[in-house]
Design a protein around this ligand. Structure first.
Ligand SMILES: Cc1cc2nc3c(=O)[nH]c(=O)nc-3n(C[C@H](O)[C@H](O)[C@H](O)COP(=O)(O)OP(=O)(O)OC[C@H]3O[C@@H](n4cnc5c(N)ncnc54)[C@H](O)[C@@H]3O)c2cc1C
Length: 567
């Protein structure tokens, strides 16, 4: 049977990144849990070993249970009856296997029953699960909503809710409404305080809620009467045990069939406030969505891997004109670019996850004691890096997942269009990744400020100063030329001083930044492990050099006056 972790040596490479030592030290508070929990790591080597073991178990369950169930779940899907969701039978088996292996509430402290995993190895588990079944990946990885409850809930809420998630109960994030999609400021689900019962009551409708019949929901609702913007919104915890929320219907979708997408009706549902009033969107949902965006980036990388695996296997096996189709340049060109996008996107994903790990661990320590000035500086640096990298990781990986799934079908020829080949499911499943948790256009809105304030450029120039293997110097020089073009494009947009023009070319600017960043990350990886990444580094830099050239040429030749032709 396949093991979705040990079969992919690139994952172990990322697990052993040198930044992990600092991450473990912070997350484990210098390994103090070893006195209290016999399964807590003694030191760094022990921590990495324990992540490795858990990843191996996840890879095994994924290969033995989740992957074999994927086609059945896709065909059967969940059902809705009497306001409740019934998962497909394969989904139930998958959940059962994950819960029995203790793979829930993974990032939560041990005192609540969690594994105290950093975000990085947890994200690897999410990638692995999504590679086998992206729809199931949604249900399982919504456990990371608990991070937000841990971050902003109080001690009493921690002790009542976190152990339940660690024991296997599921979560959902209820944000979207019919008139509030990308623009969450328009959320209107009403929260009113019930003085008699000393609790909040929720009334209204939510739409497109993944796993909408979950045990615990984080809900964005309007608590401030008479307001219409984000400042009137608060975040609430709804516990299914209290009742009051029914599933009106499950959506009939193009892909991720195993994942129930629900329309929810709230009728006087009892709820409790999480954190402070009015900070629901501005602070808590932003944190929730940043975590979820990393999750979708992981799902996308998993799908990219799956698409590549299917394409590669088929290309080796299928013969035309007397030889395996993988020997045709047109086919190995497609496959090599798929692999390069996969390796580049994964490098970006785990770089982002490591940034998130450091600042979140320091945030958590700050709840126990005052940070030293050096720690505060470190926290600020990594929070900013995480913030700037997250939209790139989500935006680029979701687009790459779609492109890889498309090419995987192309490699399969007519067979790829037939339902018996997995590549069509991967193609359908990948399509949503660039839409939910903020469309690629909204990732661009989040990323553009780091283009214009020079943050990406400074990061890329910093990468240029890092040493690389002598045989990769040529690639690095090409990346420097690309970065010069990126800088020329930024200057042109700044000089134009036209907001609409900036918005118009923003996606191109974001992609240029991401292309340069991923190129550098791959060169660094290829320096350390040429056997794994050298080919992809070459293929990727060739690929993105042409992309950056194209975008720069567009920006240099299209001016604000040309916008009239596009409307
Ligand atoms: C399968 C599925 C599962 C989902 N799961 C959840 C969930 O669990 N919880 C939840 O709360 N929501 C969930 N959603 C909702 C999802 O997050 C939204 O669908 C998504 O954010 C887009 O909102 P919308 O559909 O209203 O599209 P719209 O906001 O109407 O967007 C339509 C188009 O306009 C573009 N656009 C909009 N605003 C801008 C702008 N400012 N600049 C540039 N372009 C813009 C968009 O990029 C898009 O191309 C899910 C959706 C689906 C389909």
């Amino acid at each position: 049977m396949a093991n979705y972790y040990t079969d992919i040596p690139e994952l172990k490479f990322h697990l052993n990144n040198p930044m992990m030592e600092r991450i473990c030290e912070l997350k484990e508070r210098n390994y103090r849990d070893k006195e209290e929990f016999d399964y807590a790591p003694q030191d760094y080597a022990d921590a990495i070993d324990s992540y490795d073991k858990v990843l191996e178990i996840t890879g095994e369950i994924t290969g033995d249970v989740i992957a074999p169930n994927a086609e059945g779940v896709d065909a059967e899907g969940p059902h809705c009856a009497n306001g409740r969701v019934e998962y497909a039978s394969g989904t139930k088996q998958n959940l059962d296997a994950m819960v029995k292996a203790g793979l829930n509430g993974m990032t939560m402290p041990r005192r609540f029953g969690g594994l105290n995993f950093p975000i990085t190895p947890y994200t690897m588990c999410a990638e692995i699960v999504a590679a086998a079944d992206a729809g199931f990946g949604n249900i399982w990885s919504l456990q990371d909503c608990i991070e937000t409850l841990y971050e902003f809930g109080n001690e009493d809420q921690h002790s009542r809710f976190i152990p339940r998630i660690c024991a296997g109960e599921t979560m959902s994030m209820d944000l979207t409404e019919p008139d509030a999609g990308s623009d969450l400021q328009s959320v209107m689900l009403k929260a009113t305080y019930d003085e008699a019962n000393n609790c909040w009551r929720l009334n209204g409708v939510k739409r497109f809620i993944t796993n909408g019949d979950a045990d615990l929901h984080l809900v964005l609702a309007r608590s401030e009467e008479g307001t219409r913007d984000g400042r009137g919104l608060s975040m609430f915890i709804y516990d299914k045990r209290d009742g009051g929320v029914n599933v009106r219907r499950i959506e009939n979708k193009l892909g991720i069939h195993g994942s129930p997408t629900c329309e929810l009706v709230y009728k006087n549902a009892k709820a409790e406030l999480c954190g402070d009033r009015k900070l629901g969107l501005i602070k808590y949902v932003m944190a929730l969505m940043n975590g979820a965006r990393l999750g979708i980036a992981a799902q996308s990388v998993g799908l990219s891997q799956a698409a590549y695996n299917e394409g590669l296997a088929y290309a080796k096996e299928r013969k035309q004109f007397g030889k395996a189709i993988i020997d045709f340049p047109a086919v190995y060109d497609m496959l090599s670019i798929m692999k390069a996008k996969l390796d580049a996107g994964r490098a970006l994903l785990y770089q982002t996850a490591r940034y998130v790990d450091i600042y979140k661990a320091l945030d958590d320590i700050a709840r126990e004691r005052k940070l030293t000035p050096e720690e505060r500086k470190e926290q600020k640096l990594y929070a900013k890096l995480a913030d700037s990298f997250t939209p790139l990781a989500k935006g680029m990986n979701s687009e790459y997942a779609n492109q890889n799934a498309y090419d995987s079908i192309q490699i399969h020829g007519g067979s790829g269009f037939m339902l018996e080949y997995a590549c069509q499911r991967i193609y359908r499943d990948a399509r949503i990744t660039s839409i939910y948790e903020g469309t690629t256009q909204l990732q661009t809105v989040a990323a553009i400020r780091y283009v214009t304030n020079g943050a990406y450029l400074a990061t890329i120039r910093g990468f240029e100063a890092e040493a690389c293997a002598p045989e990769l110097e040529g690639l690095k020089a090409r990346l420097k030329e690309m970065t010069d073009k990126f800088e020329a494009s930024i200057n042109r947009v700044k000089e134009a001083q036209n907001q609409e023009y900036q918005d118009f070319v923003a996606r191109r600017l974001m992609e240029m930044a991401a292309d340069c960043i991923m190129g550098h990350l791959l060169i660094q990886d290829a320096t350390k492990a040429p056997e794994l990444f050298s080919k992809s580094a070459h293929v990727y830099v060739n690929y993105v050099a042409a992309e950056v050239e194209k975008h720069n040429s567009f920006i240099q030749s299209v001016s604000p006056a040309d916008l009239v032709n596009y409307k």
